[in-house]
Design a protein around this ligand. Sequence first.
Ligand code: G3H
Length: 538
Amino acid sequence: MSLIETIFPSANEVPSTWQLEAFIEQRAYLINGELHNWNGPMNEVISPVSLVKDGKLVPNSIGSTPLLTEKESLEALDAAVAAYNNGTGEWPTMAITDRIAHVERFLVEMKKQRNAVVKLLMWEIGKVLPDSEKEFDRTCLYMEDTIRELKNMDRRNAKFENEEGIIAQIRRVPLGVALCMGPYNYPLNETFSTLIPALIMGNTVVFKPAKYGVLLIQPLLEAFKNCFPKGVINIIYGRGRETVGVMMESGKIDVFAFIGTNKGASDIKKLHPKPHRLRSVLGLDAKNPAIILPDADLDIAVAEAVAGSLSFNGQRCTALKIIFVHESLISAFLPKFTAAVNQLAIGMPWDKGAKITPLPEPGKAAYLTALVKDAQQFGAEIVNENGGLVNDTFFYPAVLYPVNNKMRIYSEEQFGPVVPIVSYKDIAETVDYVVQSNFGQQLSIFGKNSATIGHLIDELANQVGRININAQCQRGPDMYPFNGRKDSAEGTLSVADALRAFSIRLLISTKDNELNKEIVQTIVREHQSNYLRLDYIF
Ligand code: G3H
């Protein structure tokens, strides 16, 4: 029997540290500083990790979450609107040092839940243990960096300008009520990379967890409740159709932070009655290509392309989703690449060294199989051993070659472990691919000749948000800007950029004369304003 057929464990084969004690019936949701208990219909959470029971593989139901209705989502929105209170609420007007103190308290509480969250990341989305730990730690670091950056920003603004006889102070203030929705592949990190900047800048928030990776928010609910004033953060659960639409239609959402598909984002944005009043911060689809030039170092190119296309089973928005290899290298590249794919250990998220794990989306293996069949019909072959083998929620990576533009996989984002490889003759073919693509997040160039790379950078610089040289595509380090063109993103996120995305500049100005200078000086000296001030945050 192959490893794939026996990949799933029985309940008692799961290491005791990672066993779930019981079914998690998560009925709590947070509105206006209160944890409510939902008595209505629930959504079942099925783990991608199926279990063997009496010799048969059975779906593994690990918990359930509330299916709230329009009513509760409007209550959450009302709570956020009331806490913002047209910008006069306690939270938006609070001194920055005090807002920071709330977030710091939350961070202390959050860190206590590391084990619980990591365990649920593995069970809910099948992310391997080291990556689950990394997601948690990276999120904590992101919060620490955000606090540091906010202090820096505040210090830079602690001064007066004087231009053309107008004295001014420029600060950043919140936008209003933010709706934050994250993706299932980074349900903690990507969600918090909008949620925390939104909060710390003084916005009030309605947060709806991702489609999968929902239970893992539960260990943090108490901390959210205890660390923020009522109504500042509201957490709801349920289907997007029922919960999000009605909030957007109300016109009371000022910022829409969403990581998901461009279609989903457009459908929701359209519902806002005054679109010009809605700021959107979107991380969307991508089809990042790797371009392997004739003189590329094959060891580097293969190592980066394997990690780039298959880490977390290819379920990263930044994953390399198509690989262009110069025809002169194809015969050397393919065996090296497939050999490296063969080396990737398969297993359960907690298995030591496991790289390829079961997939959380229902029907995903069938979708990927259909993509492979479509490619085969137009002449591609699966060039790696076991490629495309399926066992329940597990799909063994399929490397497809030769791929051409008739195939769906050429332009469709697979978001899974299928790696299409295209052989190209002329570099213009790769440039044309990038230019014609609906997406424009990142790309990777592999090669040694600086003149060729420099020229290619210049051709592609206005197509994507990031060009990686001899390295896979990636979001981090989080201090760097993360964005995209075309259907791939709206706005830029980095630790510093996110603070700007969730705020707007406020200019307080006056004509340069004795009366006005005295007024301004007195306000500052007597601490008469939270906004017009010169204090320095250490
Ligand atoms: O899914 C998209 C993530 O932002 C990718 O982040 O490149 O650090 O895996 P990453």
